[in-house]
Design a protein around this ligand. Structure first.
Ligand code: ADP
Ligand code: MG
Length: 248
């Protein structure tokens, strides 16, 4: 194999809030098909990095290039989502009164498809896609339950499922296992690894057991720049990383 294809890169991205540099000339390269874990202390700029990629925050300087040619810093949030970048926020935004199935059915339509209500007849294609998403997200047995009655972890998985319904090429996930049980955390790592078979993923997380279970390249952010990068074993032995984590 020759050099891997780049899906996304950030080049010298700086974001300033009232004179404070949340991102400081941040550069990062994500290969097509890669899953990357991003860790770093509170305030390191992890969420701001997601905000820049999705168009929520416009950088003062720098480029964010997706799929070889598109400079995301010139686009608004809906246009970036339409390019195939899906983002999961920390707080689930599922429709609580609806069943798991109906949540996924609505998500399939997004804001473009012909499905405008739950009362239109479901096509066999829609059913097959929902079945596949239920399986990936470990929710097959929960399909008839109201989203409101799911556990915290299951709600997070449903939200991931709703993003999958939109077939993103790149999935951004911010602190997915916060508040989950150990068993749910383990299953979330397996779920993301499965998703990564067909999509690229960037996952921000504090939970080191989870990051270890992902078994992917790790980027450590500190004060808005990359402090260290490599396998989890490599970065956890890096004196710079040890100082940042233990020094506070
Ligand atoms: P992380 O997700 O790594 O914990 P954030 O990206 O949320 O860090 O924040 C990085 C820094 O930028 C923090 O010091 C935070 O207070 C600041 N920050 C983030 N968003 C804003 C904002 N909208 N206005 C002002 N400061 C912000
Ligand atoms: Mg954050």
């Amino acid at each position: 194999m020759s050099e891997a294809e780049t899906l996304l890169y950030l080049d010298g991205v700086t974001v300033t809030f009232d004179g404070f540099r949340a991102l400081n000339a941040l550069s990062l390269v994500l290969n097509a098909g890669e899953m990357r874990a991003v860790i770093g202390p509170n305030g390191a700029g992890k969420t701001t990095m997601m905000d820049v990629i999705t168009g929520k925050t416009r950088p003062d300087r720098g480029k964010v290039v997706f799929s070889a040619a598109t400079d995301l810093t010139r686009l608004d949030e809906p246009s970036i989502a339409a390019l195939g970048i899906g983002r999961k926020f920390q707080k689930p935004t599922v429709f609580e009164p609806l069943s798991v199935w109906d949540n996924l059915l609505l998500a399939l339509a997004g804001d473009r498809g012909p499905r405008f209500s739950l009362f239109a007849r479901q096509t066999s294609q829609e059913k097959a896609r929902i079945e596949a998403i239920l399986q990936t997200t470990r929710l097959t047995d929960q399909r008839h339950r109201r989203a409101a009655d799911l556990s915290h972890g299951q709600k997070q998985w449903l939200e991931i499922g709703m993003l999958l319904a939109q077939e993103p090429r790149l999935l951004l996930v911010d602190e997915p296992v916060a508040g989950m049980t150990d068993a749910e955390t383990e299953q979330t790592a397996a779920l993301l690894r499965e998703i990564n078979k067909t999509r690229s993923v960037v996952v921000v997380e504090h939970d080191m057991a989870f990051v270890r279970a992902l078994d992917v390249k790790v980027t450590v952010l500190h004060e808005g720049s990359v402090l260290s990068e490599g396998s989890i074993d490599h970065v956890s032995k890096d004196p710079k990383v040890i100082e940042v984590y233990l020094g506070r």
